[in-house]
Design a protein around this ligand. Structure first.
Ligand code: URA
Length: 467
């Protein structure tokens, strides 16, 4: 047995160095004993020897490194052994991560996903309370209980977000303290070390009451997004039962006033400001996934706007909407209908790419209704600036972004749907849907798509000329 140990259980570089040493010594995964924080030492394990002889090249794919950097933060003590086993196997099977059905690969992806989720939850659910340092300056202190070792990984986020304030985040494992210029770490804390109540809390409760959107209330989804285990440290969670009870009444009132999540923010004054805004938008989990926001493109004033669901893999890489396979299908169909894409403003209901990683591939994931609704502010801003007379909605997510509801495509496609800003929404299927079909269904749906676009072309021809 060969002992492998990390001074800090979330130190990926240390793990990598240790794992490299073991691989170079040909220490098999069965022989390596990875010791996690607080675990007893294995009395029969010996320290790993320094590498000797010819230095073998240790191979690890980019996809593995990305997943491993997240997975190492998991609280599961078995993660270090799992990472080593996969690294060991990668030496003989460099494409191992492409095999999503492999048990080790599936376990790695699961751990990484759970860690990413915890990171997002911490960003969303840390609640600061005001206190005062000895020198009389305010310090905002939060108590948070992450499931995994994500504190250090999240520190930069909080530093960027609250750079000019002093703050501390206390957790059962450690503390992060920011003094406005430098970050310090402190020892494990207890809930009683953070202040219990303060005046800011009332403001926060008011704010939560004002942004709580009853029109989007799905209790099951809410519990999924805001798991009950976080509720005890969230002042606003105390209001949830009361807010749910009043939801229907408020929904009716909200529809009447058009209130929205961004109601207090000034609308962007230009498409450049939208591009800048979306690049920093972190209001939903997709915005926090580290991908680049893809801005719409086309003439800054256009009669036609074309709206897809969200950028795909190619779009995110090329930073342009509809340039991948779905975009090529769309371009061909528009050309056949006599519509010039270059005269239209082409954009998406959701600005970031939502995906699930499978090995090296990033597989599209459908955004939730909540995520689409959250992004509507940006789509509405584009619409207000471009002022299209007609908006082509491609698929249900796009339609939700435009109409605020999810329509039945079969029932409402290929016809003018008037909307309050005076424009018309024209609904059809999403080109990606057509790409997934085969045989007769494919023929039929392509024909319907062409028919919808022909109807759109006809309507565009009959629009009064712009002045
Ligand atoms: N699918 C979309 O909905 N939008 C794109 O930009 C690309 C694919």
């Amino acid at each position: 047995m060969i002992a492998a140990e990390l001074a800090e259980p979330d130190d990926f570089d240390a793990w990598r160095n240790e794992a490299r040493r073991l691989i170079m010594q040909r220490v098999t995964p069965e022989e390596a004993v990875w010791r996690d924080e607080g675990e007893p030492t294995d009395l029969f394990a010996v320290p790993s020897p320094a590498p000797t002889g010819t230095v073998a090249k240790v191979r690890a794919s980019r996809a593995f490194m990305d997943l491993a950097q997240s997975a190492i933060l998991h609280s599961d003590p078995a993660r270090l052994g799992l990472l080593y086993r996969i690294l060991w196997r990668l030496q003989e099977q460099p494409r191992l991560l492409d095999d999503a059905a492999d048990r080790d690969v599936a376990a790695l992806e699961r751990l990484a996903k759970q860690v990413r989720r915890d990171i997002h939850k911490m960003r969303a659910f840390v609640r600061f309370r005001a206190a005062t340092d000895d020198d009389g300056i305010d310090r905002y202190i939060a108590w948070f209980e992450p499931e995994h070792r994500i504190e250090r990984a999240n520190a930069a986020f909080f530093v960027n977000r609250f750079a000019s304030q002093r703050w501390s985040i206390l957790t059962p494992r450690m503390a992060l303290h920011w003094d406005g210029a430098a970050l310090f770490e402190g020892p494990a804390a207890a809930r009683r070390d953070a202040p219990a109540e303060d005046a800011v809390e009332d403001l926060w409760l008011d704010y939560y009451r004002s942004i709580f959107n009853p029109a989007r209330l799905k209790v099951g989804m809410m519990v999924k997004e805001m798991p009950r285990r976080y509720w005890k440290n969230l002042p606003e969670a105390r209001q949830i039962p009361e807010l749910i009870a009043g939801a229907h009444k408020r929904e009716t009132a909200m529809i009447a006033t058009g209130a929205d999540l961004f109601a207090h923010e000034p609308a962007p004054a230009s498409l450049g400001a939208v591009a800048e805004g979306i690049s920093h938008c972190r209001r939903c989990p997709i915005g926090c996934n580290g991908t680049r926001a893809v801005m719409g493109e086309g003439p800054h004033a256009a009669d036609l706007m074309i709206v897809g669901e969200q950028p795909g893999d190619s779009e995110e890489q090329q930073n342009q909407p509809f340039v991948g396979p779905a975009g090529q299908l769309l371009d061909r169909a528009l050309a056949q209908a006599g519509i010039d894409r270059h005269h239209a403003f082409v954009t998406n209901a959701v600005k970031h790419f939502k995906f699930e990683r499978r090995g090296k591939r990033r597989l599209h994931q459908t955004p939730t209704a909540g995520e689409i609704d959250m992004c509507r502010w940006w789509l509405d801003s584009e619409r207000a600036l471009v002022k299209p007379k007609v908006v082509l909605a491609l698929g249900a997510s796009s339609a939700r972004g435009l109409l605020g509801r999810t329509p039945a495509i079969a029932r409402e496609r290929g016809q003018a749907i008037p909307v309050p800003d005076g424009s018309i929404v024209w609904l059809t299927a999403h080109p990606s849907y057509l790409l997934r079909l085969e045989g007769e269904a494919r023929e039929r749906e392509h024909a319907r798509f062409a028919q919808d676009l022909a109807g759109l072309a006809d309507m565009l021809q009959r629009l009064p000329a712009s002045v």
